[in-house]
Design a protein around this ligand. Sequence first.
Ligand code: CP
Length: 308
Amino acid sequence: MPIKSKDIITTVDLPKGDVDEILRQSEVMLDYLKSGKVPELLKGSILATLFFEPSTRTRLSFTSAMLRLGGSVLGFSSEEGTSVKKGESLEDTVRMADSYSDVIVIRHPETGSAKRAAHVARKPVINGGDGPDHHPTQGLMDLFTIKREKGLRNVNVALCGDLRYGRTTHSLIYLLAMYGLGINLVSPPSLRMPDEIISDVKKAYGAEIKEFRTLQEVVTEVDVLYVTRIQKERFLDISDYGNLEGSYRVDKKLLKKAKEGLIVMHPLPRVNEISTEVDSTPFAKYFDHAAYGVPVRMALLSLLLGKI
Ligand code: CP
């Protein structure tokens, strides 16, 4: 089934054929960007960006992707200034965007919000992050970065930090399993990957998943250290956050023990999980990683709108 007109809500039931095609077309888009000659594939199309939560990368890279391809963008970056402040529902807000645009990206603090949006929209809906649940386009650009930096064979990945609330890791773990990459989870006990996700990934892909408490246990073994921020905004009791802040910090001292060729990735924003002293080392791939958001989202928008 073609990707055209699909909703992209999670990576849980994304067919591997679709992911292969998105990766392939992302390479094509990257080549266009490098050549400075990007065809106006999306001229006349409009993207709506409905962001009820803060964002730098997701909103701006979707905007850049649409503009690079000759399309236009409308939307908002917070509910301030929208009729949500007057009590309008998520569904009615989405219905309006649906009639003003051709494709919608939504970020919202509630789990299931993107699915609710897709339920009322006729146009394709892309989940740009629904609370702590999923962030599928981040997972796709994570996978694209791993493919470009390390390939997709015999690669051992550690997902580190806040695996309980970190929605990017919830999306990425399914894609790692889909491609048979090694999966290691590193977190404090209170921020473990939810058991239902671990068992679902094992059941769907027969994946072997190892769990660790410290970065020191994996840094000598893995090819990719995927570091995440402690999601302060998801904590019910802020004192819990204070107890965890600063754990799982990646610095030059830790990386002295790294496996040859290890790369450090991060969906960003970082707070203090990666020392800035790492930025100038060959380990640091997190800024390249963020830049890949544009070609991956160019590919996805073009596929969803049936232009490639
Ligand atoms: N990685 C990511 O989703 O970044 P933003 O929150 O800045 O969009």
